[in-house]
Design a protein around this ligand. Structure first.
Ligand code: YXS
Length: 259
């Protein structure tokens, strides 16, 4: 069963998340489909990509597939995790990726959207960073994605409260580029894509890569990295981490005890 669909027309690639039964959770299988579509578009020299869910989706994506998170004793967001691959491929894709959002965006999907180059959202869309709701120690490059997308005070609000922020608020704080009525969002996003596709692709590709390299150039000493990794291990080895996953699977509120 295909969990995504993709089309390429007039140098514009469109990828649609299409696994509503699991609220487009970013499972390894769904991410594999996304990566294959992006590789195909790169090979066919797409000049812009639109990443979307089905029209009228209530949930754009529920984030990392919780069922695929390790049950403790292993970094849940290590280098080879499918979500990490997806974020890197979007950032390194040689053309702009536009996230077109209808519905709610959760956790790792929120980071995935923020890793896109432009974001167009419809009223009713929302964005939630959920590590604190599940007891997950988010990873450093993931935190940098958030930090590059919003003021640190907004990032702290998102990650400490784990509460969704509305598309309206997201526009106010500059988290998204455009807020567009649902009835117009398809045409608006296609017009935006056409504008980009009509410009010089080599110039755009090099500016996107320059911005990626500059945005990633944040000083962190080896000691600082090791300290953070040690702190993260304490979290993913904690009872709270197991409680967060168990509560999700038992469809109940987690009880975190700070150990
Ligand atoms: O019970 P069935 O088998 O029908 O499956 C249910 C849910 O278990 C499943 N599902 C998921 N499966 C794996 N991973 C997920 N993230 C996930 N989300 C949902 O989809 C079926 C329908 O879900 P249901 O009944 O809850 O749908 P709903 O329409 O009532 O509610 C939609 C949501 C999105 C509000 C709700 O499903 C939800 O709150 N999902 C979890 C959102 C979330 O906390 N995501 C963060 C995942 S962890 C992650 O991304 C990072 C590791 S982190 O946390 O660090 O950012």
């Amino acid at each position: 069963m295909d969990l995504i669909s993709s089309t390429l027309a007039d140098d514009i690639g469109t990828i649609t998340l299409d696994h509503p039964a699991k609220r487009n959770a970013l499972s390894a299988a769904l991410v594999k489909g996304l990566l294959e579509a992006l590789a195909d578009f790169a090979q066919r020299k797409a000049r812009v990509v639109i990443l979307r869910a089905a029209s009228g989706a209530k949930v754009w994506s529920a984030g990392h597939d919780v069922g695929e998170l390790p049950a403790g004793r292993r970094d849940p967001l290590g280098w080879d995790d499918p979500l990490r691959h997806l974020v890197r491929e979007i950032e390194q894709f040689p053309a702009p990726v536009i996230a077109m959002i209808e519905g709610s965006v959760w956790g790792g999907a929120c980071e995935t959207v923020l890793a896109c180059d432009l974001i167009v959202a419809a009223p009713g869309a929302s964005f939630a960073a959920t590590p604190a709701k599940l007891g997950v120690p988010y990873n450093i490059s993931g935190m940098l994605t958030f930090l590059n997308a919003a003021d640190v005070r907004i990032v702290k609000e998102m990650v400490f409260t784990a509460r969704p922020i509305t598309a309206e608020r997201a526009e106010q704080v500059g988290l998204i580029n455009y807020l567009v009525p649902a009835a117009e969002i398809d045409a608006f996003t296609l017009d935006l894509a056409r504008t980009i596709a009509g410009n010089a692709p080599l110039s755009i590709a090099v500016m996107k890569e320059q911005l990626r390299i500059l945005a990633g150039a944040r000083p962190m000493s080896p000691q600082g990295f090791e300290r953070v990794q040690g702190l993260r291990r304490l979290v993913y080895d904690s009872d709270d981490y197991l409680e967060g996953i168990r509560a999700f699977q038992e469809k109940r509120k987690p009880v975190f005890r700070g150990r």
